[in-house]
Design a protein around this ligand. Structure first.
Ligand code: SF4
Length: 145
C-alpha cells in the first residue's frame, strides 16, 4: 500500500483520560508586554479579532462537544478589548465546558480583576492561570491582582 495523506494524517477530536475535549484557544497574538524572549511583539489591542467573530468561535466550539476543557491563551487574552464579553458568552454556554481557563500574565490593572471578580462571582468553572514575566510584571501588582 502506498503512503498517502489519508493514512498519514487524521483530523479528529483529541480527548484526555477524563473524556474531555481539550482546546487551547489562541485569541490573537497580541500582548501588553514585550518580553525579550517572546516571539510576539504586537502591543496593539485594536489588532485583535473582532469580539463578534470570537463569539462565533465559541458557538462553533460548543457544537463540537459538551465536555470541553478550554484554555484561552494568546498573547494575553485579558488584553483583548472584548475579553469580559467573551467570558460572558462562554458562561452562557457553560454546560458545554468542564473548565474555562484563562492563561494570563495578570498584567491588567487591579480594577480590571476587581471587575472580573464582581461580574463572574460564583462561576466555579472559571479559572485564571498565571505566568509571571519578570521584565514587566511588578511583584506587588501580581500578588495584589
Ligand atoms: S507575557 Fe507571554 S505572550 Fe506576552 S510578551 Fe511575555 S512571553 Fe510573550
Amino acid at each position: 500500500m502506498g503512503v498517502t495523506m489519508q493514512n498519514l494524517v487524521a483530523v479528529e477530536p483529541v480527548k484526555n483520560p477524563q473524556n474531555r475535549l481539550r482546546i487551547n484557544w489562541d485569541m490573537g497574538r497580541r500582548c501588553n508586554y514585550i518580553c525579550s524572549y517572546c516571539f510576539l511583539h504586537n502591543r496593539q489591542p485594536d489588532d485583535f479579532p473582532d469580539t463578534k467573530d470570537l463569539h462565533a468561535v465559541v458557538d462553533n466550539m460548543v457544537d463540537l462537544d459538551n465536555n470541553i476543557a478550554l484554555t484561552m491563551t494568546g498573547g494575553e487574552p485579558t488584553f483583548h478589548p472584548g475579553y469580559m464579553d467573551i467570558v460572558e458568552h462562554l458562561i452562557k454556554h457553560k454546560s458545554a465546558f468542564s473548565i474555562i481557563n484563562t492563561q494570563t500574565n495578570l498584567g491588567m490593572p487591579y480594577k480590571f480583576f476587581q471587575e472580573f471578580a464582581r461580574r463572574f462571582e460564583g462561576e466555579r468553572k472559571l479559572r485564571l492561570s498565571m505566568s509571571y514575566h519578570i521584565e514587566f510584571a511588578k511583584v506587588e501588582d501580581a500578588i495584589k491582582n
